[in-house]
Design a protein around this ligand. Structure first.
Ligand SMILES: N[C@@H](CCC(=O)N[C@@H](CS)C(=O)NCC(=O)O)C(=O)O
Length: 200
């Protein structure tokens, strides 16, 4: 299997961490692509033109990181990252949903900032910023639910927080969310996160 990814994408990092937590790096090779350069190989694997995308030896492809994670979780050996019991499964998927939402908003702000100033929408950047702020407040309130064995939910939250540190350091979110920051400081030390840290 081959994963098209980028080392700056938080969605790709989520998948790359999950593969490492399952101890299955030998099963998935990683190829770095730049989605914004529109490589044909990426479009063939994912018509949406986004990373990550997973391509199978027979040419079948999987895209959108939640689906890739679920596919890899059931097909790769190693500990399960999505619990089977309904209550636990939905707790994990809820964490993933809020984390993916933070990533969507944070990535959108980065793309918006890259546009010529006259074309930027302050209204949208403010709206995405408020969504991030509300989501961080929710995670701060519910931080105890992130404790316990690593799973797709905690991996996704880690990928989202790591992206805020990488691209949105000016938010200084760790100063206003002490519990969540404490959780992340420990969680970020996992080898799976250290190995996939975005470039300095
Ligand atoms: N919902 C997608 C989002 C993936 C995504 O937005 N990837 C970004 C990089 S962080 C991308 O490739 N963007 C290129 C584009 O939007 O054209 C997922 O979960 O995989």
């Amino acid at each position: 299997m081959k994963l098209y990814c980028s080392h700056t994408s938080p969605f790709a990092r989520k998948v790359r961490v999950l593969i490492r937590e399952k101890g299955a790096t030998a099963r998935v090779s990683e190829e770095t692509v730049s989605a914004l350069e529109d490589p044909a190989s990426l479009h063939e694997a994912n018509p949406l033109g986004k990373v990550p995308a997973l391509i199978m030896p027979d040419g079948t492809s999987w895209f959108d990181s939640p689906l890739i994670c679920e596919f890899l979780d059931v097909t790769l050996e190693g500990p399960s990252m999505i619990p089977a019991s309904h209550v636990e499964r939905f707790r994990v998927l809820r964490h993933q949903a809020i984390a993916d939402g933070i990533m969507d908003a944070a990535v959108s702000i980065v793309f918006e900032r890259a546009r010529p100033e006259a074309q930027r929408s302050q209204m949208w950047m403010d709206r995405w910023s408020r969504a991030i702020a509300r989501s961080l407040a929710l995670l701060e309130d519910e931080v105890v639910s992130l404790d316990g064995p690593v799973d797709l939910g905690s991996i996704a939250v880690g990928a989202a927080l790591g992206y805020l540190d990488f691209r949105h350091g000016h938010l200084a979110w760790q100063e206003s969310h002490a519990e969540l920051a404490g959780w992340w400081r420990d969680f970020a030390k996992r080898p799976s996160f250290v190995e996939t840290a975005p470039p300095a």
